[in-house]
Design a protein around this ligand. Sequence first.
Ligand SMILES: Cc1ncc(COP(=O)(O)O)c(C=O)c1O
Length: 396
Amino acid sequence: MVKLANNLLRLGDENAFTVLARAAELASQGRDIINLGIGQPDFPTPPHIVEAAVKALKDGHHGYTPAIGIAPLREAVAADIHRRLALEVNPDHVVVMPGGKPTMFFAILMFAEAGVEIIYPDPGFPIYRSVIDYSDATPVPLPIREENGFAFSADDLLALITPETRLIILNSPANPTGGVTPGEEIGKLVKALERWPDVAILSDEIYGQMTYDGLEHKSLLSYEGLRDRVILLDGWSKTYAMTGWRLGYGVWPQALVDHARRLAVNCHSCVNAAAQFAGIAALEGPQDCVARMVSAFDERRAFVAQRINRIAGIRCAVPKGAFYAFPNITGTQWDERSLASALLEEAGVATVAGTDFGGFGAGFIRISCANSMDNIASALDRIEAFLADHEPRRTG
Ligand SMILES: Cc1ncc(COP(=O)(O)O)c(C=O)c1O
């Protein structure tokens, strides 16, 4: 009998992928399924980006690249950050990764060991908690509250910091809630963090270009005083509809960048060369494709919030960013797991249970706006009709 490492049993999962697989299975059996479960844009990658990858392959870019990514791509990332955020970034501090996830995996592994505490948002992207659990560190959930419009609270966070805290993970605009933390709250946190100079911050800003209602995204990288301890996580998956390309990046402080490079060499050597050329085309090409997608998400999230608030027993904060809504379903008397499962199996609507994003997600489901307006409208009609026709169930 093979004997596995104990920590492997603690490694979690991302249930949105299980929901996706089940939705596809039901659809292949002929069921009419509307997918509001998946966290990827429903748009194809813009053609000029695809063309750049095809050209790179035709031009013979078939080999390894430097582990941290080709220089023109890292320079394009630095120029893009300058264009969007008016910040200077050294291209040598940019490490290109196969997606957004490896930056979080490596950042957590860099700091985690027994006795160390890592603070992460709950509800939040499930991989934060999963990788902290996998490491020997102690996960410390930061509650993300509906009454705050799902912004994180600096006071809540500061109350959790101890001398054992080595890393804080933040995510705004946020998955799964659509919450955006206002600049003043971030400023308050940054000021207080002066008292904790040894604590690093992983700022997951992968939805940074998706904010609504005139809200501005405030990057943690814009605070000079934090530059030696903020790791910025971003990528192409959401902004350019490139989830399947596996292309992301981290901007690392000087003292950490070579550790990130070594982890990359040990893990994946480098990112697919053609995808890197596509990444340059995305950042240097026309940006109207991004504006069009963001405007579609804007329209849909406003519609979802307004429509779902008319369903008895459900209330929903208006999402301020990303492309998710996180309705509170406690008034229906269903629990979130029973409801998400019944909606998929019986009403043909895929959603994700709030507790798939942490214990503080109890009483919520996540709805992704990555589907057409028509499909979203039909799905919400189905949810309303389903709830009206069925007694609540609770699996406890
Ligand atoms: C908050 C957040 N961070 C990171 C990622 C990972 O992105 P990628 O697919 O580029 O690894 C996701 C994907 O859903 C996400 O929602």
